[in-house]
Design a protein around this ligand. Structure first.
Ligand code: ZN
Ligand code: ZN
Ligand code: ZN
Length: 171
């Protein structure tokens, strides 16, 4: 636990510096939102984070959470990710290894993966097209192992797969 506290210290300093540069004030609400964000290990929508914050301080509004997430993104602490369900999710970005995502279209499970082969191939494809690659977001959609088993048990309904990313908030 003490190790984790230490880790957050750098993140707090990064955030503090960013807030000063942006000409904003330090507020207890922003600090709480940062702390709760850092303690999560998931891909969170602004709404998800709002509910987690709400449990600790019900006076924090949706807009404050949303704006703070934008600040965290600008500060390089958070990164926006999209999984195809029309929502924006946020994950840790500071000192994080690059990874891509597989999303289960049935249960919304998100699996993070890293493939050096795919990364290298993307670089060479970009070079082939004279394209200067700045960043990328690779999404693989499909069915996770559990849902494949469930699918085999129950006959297919014929409904179109709809992406619903699983909420981390249990209400
Ligand atoms: Zn990648
Ligand atoms: Zn699934
Ligand atoms: Zn991720």
């Amino acid at each position: 636990m003490t190790g984790k506290e230490n880790n957050f210290q750098t993140e707090r300093e990064v955030f503090s510096e960013h807030i000063q540069k942006a000409g904003l004030r330090h507020t207890a609400q922003r600090d709480l939102i940062l702390d709760i964000f850092l303690q999560t290990d998931e891909h969170l929508s602004s709404e998800d984070l709002y509910w987690l914050v709400h449990k600790q301080d019900s006076s924090v509004g949706h807009t404050t959470v949303y704006r703070t997430l934008k600040l965290l993104t600008d500060a390089g602490l958070a990164r926006e990710v999209r999984f195809g369900d029309g929502k924006t999710y946020y994950e840790h970005h500071y000192n994080q290894e690059h990874h891509d995502h597989m999303i289960c279209t049935e249960c919304g499970r998100v699996v993070e993966f890293f493939s050096p082969e795919i990364e290298a191939l993307q670089d060479s494809v970009a070079a082939e097209y004279g394209f200067k690659l700045t960043h990328h977001s690779m999404r693989i959609l499909g069915l996770c192992e559990d849902c494949q088993k469930k699918d085999a048990e129950t006959s297919a309904s014929g409904a179109q797969p709809r992406i619903r990313v699983k909420s981390v908030v249990v209400t």
